[in-house]
Design a protein around this ligand. Structure first.
Ligand code: SF4
Length: 301
């Protein structure tokens, strides 16, 4: 255990992102906490315009489904008569005309080389449209046509927090904000949608972050929270996490990690036993704080 002169004051809350970073690299976590900066690991071929486009278009899609009267009428009628494929096609067409095509034109006017990546964004969005249509149709069995969209797609940001008991008997508070939530009436479960442009480089830290968002939300809403992650590049994909899997990951790893995070922050420069470097060495090649890390930890990596 590190030796430290720092007094053990009441630890301030950590964010879910802090925990994610700590799973990726203890040293990066330490540097960010000590000196600031919010630089995630980005792939070498990172394109900011595509990153922004995916998140922006996904949000615009949800807003359109919520507000557009032409979409609301698609869910009118007997539940048994609603055809998911036909409804998804109509939503897709409307989204293309109203939002995606103008967006595409603006972006390729600036840089035509972005068209291919935007085509992949389009493909992920059409997949999302199909999945959303399916759940809204499913919920029509339990919900009137006038309210089914609003009760399925939950808008707005929900602040969440939870105080964990950690292995030394103390407590540690964790905070976060949750959005992009859908509700499945049949299973009585919430589901978190995570949009990310690039496939995760470090899957275990992503699983942990997703598990924490679900866990903190479950404490607030008192029902299981599944999650789906959608990504665009290098190949489009989606991954489904059940609440049971998320809960298991969370219980087995998080309390101990919170304890370690507190211990790492007690370390001071020139003392022995600094926070360890990442065990995923490929992250060092794309680390936003590589130089700082090497100079600060005296090349001990
Ligand atoms: S260079 Fe490597 S060890 Fe250092 S902070 Fe970055 S990821 Fe961690």
């Amino acid at each position: 255990m590190p030796i430290s002169n720092k007094p053990q004051l009441q630890s301030p809350p950590f964010s879910i992102n802090d925990v994610k970073v700590a799973f990726e690299c203890p040293r990066l976590f330490y540097l960010k906490q000590s000196f600031g900066g919010d630089n995630p690991f980005l792939p070498k071929d990172y394109i900011e315009e595509i990153d922004n486009a995916f998140l922006d278009l996904a949000n615009q899609l949800i807003n359109m489904i919520w507000q557009e009267s032409k979409i609301q009428v698609l869910f009118v009628g007997q539940f048994e008569g609603l055809v998911v494929g036909g409804i998804a096609d109509k939503i897709r067409q409307l989204f293309y005309e109203l939002i995606f095509f103008p967006y595409l034109q603006t972006i390729i006017k600036k840089d035509s080389a972005l068209a291919t990546a935007l085509y992949q964004v389009w493909q992920v969005l059409t997949r999302l449209i199909f999945n959303l249509s399916k759940i809204i149709v499913k919920n029509r069995r339990y919900c009137h046509e006038n309210v089914v969209i609003r009760r399925t797609l939950i808008m707005g940001e929900i602040p969440v927090d939870y105080t964990f008991k950690i292995p030394d008997g103390k407590t540690q508070k964790l905070t976060g904000k949750v959005n992009n939530l859908i509700f499945d009436f049949e299973s009585r479960r919430l589901c978190l949608l995570h949009y990310q442009t690039y496939e995760t480089l470090e899957v275990s830290s992503q699983l942990m972050a997703v598990a924490l968002y679900s866990f903190l939300l479950k404490q607030k809403r008192k029902m299981p929270v599944d999650a789906v992650v959608y990504w665009v590049l290098p190949e489009l994909g989606e991954y489904h996490y059940s609440w049971e899997k998320l809960e298991n990951a969370m219980n087995s790893l998080v309390p101990n990690k919170l304890y370690q995070m507190r211990e790492w922050l007690r370390w001071e420069e020139f003392q022995p036993d600094p926070p360890p470097s990442t065990d995923k060495k490929y992250l060092c090649d794309i680390c936003p704080q590589k130089e700082k890390c090497q100079s600060f930890f005296d090349g001990s990596r």
